[in-house]
Write a new protein. Sequence first.
Length: 271
Amino acid sequence: MIRAVAVVVPAHDEVRLLGPCLESVRRAAAHPRLRGVPVRVVVAADACRDGTAVLARAHGAAVVETAVRSAGRARALGTARALAGLLSRAGGPAERQTWLAHTDADTRVPACWLAHHLEAAAAGFHAVAGTVEVDDWAGHLPATALRFRRLYEAHRAAPGAAGGVPGQGHPHVHGANLAVRADAYLRAGGFPSAAVGEDHALTAALEAAGYRIRRTEECPVRTSARRTPRARGGFGDLLLGLEAEARGPRRAAAGDGPPPGPAPTPCSHPA
């Protein structure tokens, strides 16, 4: 049984979007299913030059201020701060009774989010890998949104993709919608110090260790489609790459699309 929950949010200059994110987390924490379960929110303010940290504290979040410029390291630092606060208290919950939920500062979670996680934990799952929906395609071509939806939902056409279980079997991994029980997180090695792909690395380590992950399309989070990505090779670069494909030969002339580098993955969403 889960007796305590931590929500960890890495943020880099997110004063414009962090407020709605934390408000959505507050609503999720107020769900009747979480009555009596303390929820600790930690924002890892990474190399912020704006009022991100001040805003986070105003919303009641604990804040870790760092300058690592790494989504993976920021998530790991925020998680360590959350665990220190929850596990060091006299009579505090054990690692097996502590749930670590992760999202991003440009993301809003649904009111069912944490309740859905606790249901999965009660069913014996050690982690939850959820999906995302793009909140607003303003600034992108209509063709970009169409290409993204086709790419994102391609797994549904694969034979046996859902394993016969509605809402399960998708291949995506997002730091914006990822949760894990504390003991599994620690034994799998936690988030690596990586600028991108830390969510995939943790999920792979959990699977390799034999932990049960619920891959579900229920309770998706809503995230931004901004044109200024926070991490090379991540979700923002994916969208810019899809837009470059939609523009076709005009990309080179207009200078559209992400800079040269590793191809982004459709199922990673760093901060």
